[in-house]
Design a binder for this molecule. Structure first.
Ligand code: MCA
Ligand code: AMP
Length: 501
């Protein structure tokens, strides 16, 4: 089996040369036979821009077919792909640039990037319509069809995640991690070249990149791509597709459309949900409306996919995340890492060929989560039933998942604490009907010095929209335990009905 996953994809696509590979705005962009030369042109452009094996290439742009070509070109060159959310502010991006130390930053003209001169990174533009300096350069060059030979443990990508201390950490994913996971998913979810995947997830996160995109490329299944999730476009696109996947918000938004039902889903064999808990009420309403039981799975950026509900519809149970994927080992452990009996809630640990190689340039953070025995602390809690089926019970890490995006309270707390007059701050999640959880903040202040407008300006300047608190409450005092620690659970309870009944 080829180790460079680009070679793996291309070798599996060879027998399907005439089949559409990417469809964008209802138009075929290229067939699988044409895909390597598109990728080769971008590979040649990257070489001209100085990208060599082992270099990091950061991308901060919205989804497009050119994003896919660039991604594959970076990996074909043996370089390391570092995607970041296009919605991040320039301040957020600057932190990641400093950490990832890329040789090249590829960004769209509409996304925020730090001013030129603030770093030594070369830059190229790539816009959602496919235009920009990278595509212009690629268009002038002959394709470089070479694919670097890689070993299983060579890095393919670094994805930033889990800033529990306020600063994001880069999960280092290898070609072996990505190849093993897509092969397990292909098998578990019965993918074939007959499939057409309706893809509306952002490409800069693991779900859109390593699950949805990879399954299409590995299976030689057509990817019908949308620029972003839009319920009306998804409903129209479902009639041309066989598989759809997304975060729970996608499903609750589909259900908001009264006309959405069995007719729209007649060609679909599989709906998949993940990245955040799928409420049993949404699972039930979706089944009632469409006849489909959504298949819920569980994963992380550091591990790609870990568990999945069974493929057979009857085996999919609401509120559970199913069984470990082939080759993956999951344990439920106590605080001293002893394996717990059936039914007892503990921390979820996993091990397997999908577990990333650690956090980029973070030796102590790596040591905290990656044990010498090969297991990884997920920071999620859960339990197993007597068949081994896993249910997630909560999180031991302080994390809010809003619309499938992770928000780390520590990062926002550190920012709000900088505002003049703020004495103490707590950021927490409360239930939200659309995003699952919403970000909420509470502060105590010295009222003579505190100006809410100053705080609002800082929030808007420094934080991407999805991280911005939906409300900031000014309190006289915080609920605290005997040690003086703020009791976030009490705050969550106090504000639990802010957005839901
Ligand atoms: C947008 N807004 C949000 C979010 N998205 N606020 C909180 N949480 C969000 N996720 C803001 C907008 O800026 C806007 O603010 C207002 O909310 C409404 O925007 P709207 O147009 O409705 O939003 P949208 O552009 O339609 O985006 C919603 C979305 C998007 C489609 C659900 O957030 C999305 O694509 N989420 C998917 C994330 C994902 O791929 N996660 C996978 C991570 P205003 O009104 O003030 O302007 S990978 C992972 O988790 C692991 C590996 C796994 O298991 O998969
Ligand atoms: P990320 O850092 O974006 O990769 O997010 C990973 C986290 O998303 C996991 O540690 C879980 O807390 C959460 N997650 C992913 N899938 C599910 C799911 N099906 N149910 C509940 N939580 C999930």
């Amino acid at each position: 089996m080829p180790e460079n996953i680009v070679e793996l994809f291309f070798s599996r696509q060879q027998a399907h040369a005439d089949k559409p590979a990417l469809v964008w705005n209802d138009e075929v962009v290229c067939t699988f036979g044409e895909l390597p030369s598109h990728v080769g042109r971008y590979r040649a452009a990257l070489a001209q821009l100085g990208v060599a094996r082992g270099d990091r290439v950061m991308i901060k742009t919205e989804s497009s077919p050119a994003f896919v070509f660039t991604y594959l070109a970076v990996l074909a060159a043996g370089a390391i792909f570092v995607p970041t959310n296009a919605a991040y502010t320039a301040a957020e991006a600057a932190l990641l640039i400093e950490d990832a130390d890329p040789v090249l930053l590829i960004h769209s003209e509409k996304t925020a990037v730090p001013p030129i001169g603030s770093d030594l990174v070369a830059r190229a533009t790539l816009n959602p319509d496919g235009g920009g300096s990278l595509t212009e350069l690629a268009g002038t060059l002959n394709p470089d069809l070479g694919i670097e030979e890689m070993a299983t443990d060579d890095l393919a990508a670094i994805l930033f995640t889990s800033g529990t201390t306020g600063r994001p950490k880069g999960a280092m994913l290898t070609h072996g991690n990505l190849g093993s996971n897509v092969s397990a998913l292909h098998q578990a979810w019965h993918f074939s070249s007959e499939d057409v995947i309706l893809h509306s997830l952002p490409l800069f996160h693991a779900h859109g990149l390593f699950v949805a995109l990879h399954l299409g490329l590995y299976s030689a299944a057509t990817l019908r791509m949308l620029a972003r999730f839009d319920a009306a476009k998804v409903i129209a696109g479902l009639s041309h597709a066989s598989v759809f996947m997304g975060v729970p918000t996608f499903y609750s938004r589909l259900l908001e459309n009264p006309g959405f039902g069995r007719d729209a889903c007649s060609g679909i064999r599989l709906f998949i949900s993940g990245s955040a808990p799928l409420l049993p009420s949404v699972f039930g309403a979706f089944e009632e409306r469409t006849g489909h039981r959504i298949l819920e799975r569980y994963g992380m950026t550091e591990t790609v996919m870990i568990t999945s509900n069974p493929y057979e519809q009857a085996g999919r149970i609401a509120g559970t995340v199913g069984y470990p994927l082939p080759g993956v080992n999951v344990r439920i452990v106590s605080a001293d890492r002893a394996e717990l009996p059936v039914g007892e809630i503990g921390e979820i640990e996993m091990a397997g060929p999908n577990l990333c190689a650690g956090y980029w340039r973070r030796v102590s953070a790596t040591a905290e989560s990656f044990y010498p025995d090969g297991f990884f602390r997920t920071g999620d809690t859960g339990f197993k039933d007597d068949s081994g089926r896993i249910t997630i019970a909560g999180r031991s890490k302080d994390l809010i998942i809003s619309g499938g995006y992770n928000v780390y309270p520590a990062e926002i707390e550190m920012l709000l604490a900088q505002v003049d007059g703020v004495q103490d701050v707590a950021v927490f999640g409360v239930p939200h009907p659309d995003f699952g959880e919403a970000v909420m903040a509470a502060v105590t202040t010295d009222r003579d010095k505190f100006d809410p407008q100053v705080m609002q300006t800082l929030i808007s300047d420094k934080l991407a929209k999805f991280k911005q608190p939906k409300a900031v409450h000014v309190l006289d005092e915080f609920p605290r335990n005997a040690m003086g620690k703020i009791l976030k659970n009490e705050l969550r309870e106090a504000y639990r009905n802010s957005f839901v009944q």
